[in-house]
Ligand binder design. Structure first.
Ligand SMILES: CC(C)(COP(=O)(O)OP(=O)(O)OC[C@H]1O[C@@H](n2cnc3c(N)ncnc32)[C@H](O)[C@@H]1OP(=O)(O)O)[C@@H](O)C(=O)NCCC(=O)NCCS
Length: 293
């Protein structure tokens, strides 16, 4: 088992030295799996329909952490996936399978594709360099902007929901407002764009102290997490998104952040090219399979 994990970590390190955390299986998990040249840990997460988390994924998540080695990593991953799939109890609605994989470690990926897993979300990263932390028409949001930011946030969730992983739940509007009031506006970094005096876009960044949950996936520090970027349809394509992103990058760099990370839906035709143009590249790809609507 240790030899498989060591060989897996070495292969991933050669493919992408920025990826961290591949030299162990994390967390307690619900079960262990083994196949030839493969080890894994499985878990099931049931997400409360009334929670903020419920907006960001299906409600029952079957997760596999896998480490594979040997001359044919795709065959090793395939055998592990087959063991996992054979042992699943799939009798609840709203279930989905999810496997996160280092994006540049491509040799095992065919095993996921031929089992009907699809890449849905990328965790992307970019290094930060110093730049302007302010811009004309962009200002820091305050508690008085709660309703404005909440409306933009709601529209982001609705836009992302089109790609099938995110969902607008009945509780989503009130959870967003609570989250903004208790976490984002008092403790995180949030800016509004008002190019003509009216707010048409926002960006939210979790500072390093709030980004520890994702920092362990990346080999550089300090790291911050860009959680939200949204621009109203009527204001798109005029540089507002780029301006907001520039301010967020400049502020974070001035606070000592060296790397920014974020998630975006891979089928999103606006965000995927936008983030690439802003200097981001994929670090992890989340492969998923829905089990019913
Ligand atoms: C993704 C999103 C935030 C981009 O915002 P935007 O304000 O349209 O982005 P920009 O205008 O800065 O950039 C988009 C394109 O507009 C054009 N553009 C940029 N600056 C411009 C300017 N000054 N004048 C005219 N066009 C310009 C460029 O073609 C640019 O593409 P580039 O990357 O090649 O420079 C926006 O499309 C959006 O809110 N989408 C829905 C929600 C979403 O996907 N959010 C991201 C979730 S991760």
């Amino acid at each position: 088992m240790d030899a498989v994990i060591r060989a897996h970590a070495a292969r991933v390190r050669a493919a992408d030295p920025l990826v961290a955390g591949q030299d162990e299986l994390r967390g307690a998990g619900d079960g262990s799996l083994e196949a030839r040249d493969a080890v894994g840990r499985t878990s099931v997460e049931r997400i409360d329909l009334d929670s903020m988390r419920a907006a960001w994924s299906p409600l029952v998540l079957h997760r596999l952490q896998a480490r594979v080695a040997g001359p044919d990593p795709a065959a090793a991953l395939g055998a592990l996936l087959d063991r996992w799939l054979a042992g699943l109890r799939l009798d609840e609605p709203g279930q989905a399978l999810t496997v996160s994989w280092p994006s540049r470690d491509t040799t095992p990926l065919r095993a996921l594709a031929v089992r009907n897993f699809a890449p849905i979300v990328a965790q992307a990263v970019r290094p930060l360099t110093a730049g302007p932390a302010t811009a004309l028409g962009v200002r820091r949001a305050t508690m008085g902007d709660l309703e404005t930011v909440a409306r933009l946030y709601e529209r982001l969730v609705a836009y992302d929901a089109q790609f099938g992983w995110v969902a607008v739940r009945p509780s989503t509007p009130s959870r967003i407002r609570e989250f903004l009031a208790t976490e984002v506006l008092p403790t995180e970094w949030c800016w509004l764009a008002e190019p003509d005096g009216e707010a048409v876009g926002c960006v939210i960044v979790q500072p390093p102290a709030h980004s520890t949950w994702i920092a362990r996936s990346v080999h550089t520090a300090p790291l911050a997490y860009l959680s939200v970027l949204y621009v109203e349809p009527s204001a798109r394509g005029r540089g507002v998104g780029a301006l907001l992103t520039g301010v967020a990058h400049g502020h974070a760099a001035a606070q000592g952040v060296r790397t920014m990370t974020l998630h975006h839906a891979l089928p999103n035709p606006l965000s995927t090219p936008f983030w690439t143009r802003r200097g981001y590249r994929p670090l992890f790809t989340q492969w998923v399979r829905h089990l019913g609507p």
